[in-house]
Each structure stands twice: as C-alpha cells, then as structure tokens.
Design a protein. Sequence first.
Length: 260
Amino acid sequence: MARNINKYPKIPKHKTGVKPPGISSQFMPNHVAIVMDGNGRWAKERGLPRTAGHEAGELSLLEAVYGALEIGVKYLTVYAFSTENWKRSPQEVKFLMNFNREVIHRRVDEMDEHGIKVRWSGRQGKLWKSVLDELKKAERKTAKNDRLTLTMCVNYGGRAEIADAITDMARDVKARKLNPESITEKKIQKYLYEPKMPDVDLFLRTSGEQRTSNFLLWQSAYAEMVFMDVLWPDFDRRHLWQAIEIYAKRERRFGDAKPN
C-alpha cells in the first residue's frame, strides 16, 4: 500500500524559493516526456570534457523530478541513453553506462522516500548487466509507490520499441496465441516495453533542437511539443513549469474539428 502523502518528506525547494504557477488540474499534463539535450554543448562552452556536461545534468534531472512533484505531474519519462548513442566514442559510452548505473544507485533511496516509482524502458540487448541490475533493483524497491512514476529510458529507441512489439506479435500469431484479424491499437500497446505507460501529453526538449530523435514515437502521437532554448545542465524546475504553462494554453483537439 502506498504511504500517506503526509508521511513523505518535504519536497526540496528551489534555491530561490519560487513556487509553481497555479494551473487548474484540467490543464495539467498527466505525462511529461523530456529529451535531456545539450550536455555536450554546455561542457564545450566552458572548455570542459563532454562528461562534465553529463555530470552537471544529474542535478537538472532532480530539478525536473521535484518540479513535477510540486506542480502535480503524475508521469515523467526521460531519455537517458538511446539505441543510437552506442555510435558515440567508446570512452563516452563507457562513461554513460557507468554514470547511469551510479545515478540510479545513488538516488533510488531518495526517490523511494518521496513516493516515486522508478521504471525502466528499453532494449535489454547490449545494455550492461550492471546497469540493468541497478534498474531492476530500483523497480523492485519503488514498486508500491504511486506519487510520481519516473521512467528512465536507457538503451531505448522508438522504432526499436515498435519493431520489438511487432516481432513479439508475430511470434504469438505463429503460435496461434494472437489472431491477426483482432489486432487493434490497444492490443499493440500491450506489446510495448511499458504497456501501462499513458500517452505523452507534453513532449519537452531542451537545447533548442526541434526534433523527437526517435523518442516515444508511439506514445507521443498527440503530444504537445515544446522546444526550449536552454542547455540541459542549465535546466531547472522553472523551465518545466514554463513549458507546462505553454502546454496549458494549447487547444488539444485529437483530430477533431473546432466547434463553431
């Protein structure tokens, strides 16, 4: 059973003491997805190695988590390592694998104390066993939490997820466990990495780049896109809240026409 909210420790406040904007629950995104982009450029601007940008980004992730808790977002999904990131230098890949493992290990107790459920989404193949083990431990430890679901997408790609889903469906069709005539969008979702993940409402990318980069392609079909000209290590909860304010002003039609 989830803990009573009064038993959670106070959410660490922003250093300025700023509070989240007052936004009605009907205009609040349920699920926010973030492409945490700009670590390398942030480091380059300061004459530092790329790894320094990744290290600085850890605090930005915490800011996003606490900002989501403060304003009332229920699902937060972040792009931590893509299936394409294996193309980077062996040194950077090694650093990112170690760094992801260490961040999860270092922060899981903190996440658990605040009622955050940690989930992992991605391909198991190629992913370091030590990283996968740490992710699975975090999932088990936080499984009963329901205040916020934080999904770490590690070795994740949107096309890979859809391809893997089709492969699993084909196996079930061959085994006569699935009738191809009965396949619907809802049935396809059951074969995705995280079948219970709700559709993305707000898709946020930092660094000024304006593309999805193969992130949550299926889940973001009707997401509102917000691209912010801030490098990830400079991101804090105020940027998240600003993006939510932009989202709240959007009119979401889901393919329907605006009534006269």
